[in-house]
Design a protein around this ligand. Structure first.
Ligand SMILES: [Zn+2]
Ligand SMILES: [Zn+2]
Length: 272
């Protein structure tokens, strides 16, 4: 069964949002389309968040009673998110949905801005998937009985992974439904590299921090940094030259790699 959110027209609208993520117009067009197809609350939510984003800040910084545009929209945003946020945005049980912030302590969670999921943060395995813990990656579990004819233990398909031996991560499904811009891994930190130039900092990722295919992708994205003293997988920058620190650049590079991995049509299966 396909839902409205898998309709080719909607996927085309999503593609337009992804192509120009800072532009409000494609978001408003998507809201109109959803409205026409009966999704009134989601349409309103998109409009409310888009409008709130450009509304003047509340002069009184008050909350409940204030009738300024920003406070009015914030109250409506909260009400719609309380009613539907879980159904619309959470990729799995236990995930937080926020319209304001998403820190590591709030993860795993999604940050919803201007009507759509903008950022996702969680442990690596919940994002990209992992070996099934219930069956140890085998896909089958002994039922505790022995087959009287063969003498072998009776095995049943593992219900946690449906016999695949792996649990799916949330990232691939999420990036198909939402124009995610940042994927943050909350349980990996870049490793500082030694560099010989004073004033430089280099941070990178070590091979043992990721499954091989992810680390290969990090090296591929980052190949033009390969000749620098930080080595492949490193990001080397003057801290003062750019707004982002070298450590943030390493995180940003990882985010790019994971999002590219998640949208790839036929990624090779992750090793167990
Ligand atoms: Zn106000
Ligand atoms: Zn299993």
């Amino acid at each position: 069964m396909t839902t409205l959110y898998e309709h080719p027209d909607y996927l085309a609208l999503l593609a337009a949002i992804r192509a120009t993520p800072d532009d409000d117009l494609p978001r408003k067009v998507a809201a109109d389309w959803l409205e026409e197809h009966g999704e009134h609350d989601r349409a309103e939510f998109i409009r409310v968040q888009v409008e709130k984003n450009v509304a003047p800040w509340c002069r009184f910084r008050s909350g409940s009673g204030c009738e300024c545009t920003s406070c009015r929209l914030t109250r409506r945003e909260t009400a719609l998110l309380d009613a539907h946020g879980r159904a619309w945005f959470t990729p799995a049980d236990g995930w937080a949905v926020s319209a304001t912030s998403l820190t590591r302590s709030e993860a795993p969670g999604v940050l919803v801005r201007r009507g759509f999921v903008e950022r996702v943060a969680g442990p690596l395995n919940t994002l990209i998937g992992e070996e099934c813990g219930r069956c140890g990656g085998v896909g089958w579990r002994p039922q505790g009985e022995v087959d009287v004819e063969t003498g072998h233990p009776v095995e049943i398909q593992c219900s946690a992974c449906h016999g695949t031996g792996r649990r799916r991560g949330v990232l691939r499904g999420l990036v198909r439904r939402e124009p995610v811009r940042i994927a943050e891994v909350t349980d990996r930190d870049p490793v500082r590299r030694d560099v010989m130039y004073p004033g430089h900092q280099a941070w990178g990722w070590d091979p043992d921090q990721f499954p091989p295919e992810i680390h290969e992708a990090i090296r591929a994205v980052d190949s033009h940094f390969g000749e620098l003293p930080g080595g492949p997988g490193s990001f080397l920058w003057y801290e003062s030259e750019v707004g982002l620190s070298a450590k943030d650049l390493a995180q940003f590079g990882l985010s790019r790699v994971l999002l590219a991995w998640a949208v790839a049509k036929d990624p090779p299966p992750l090793p167990a």
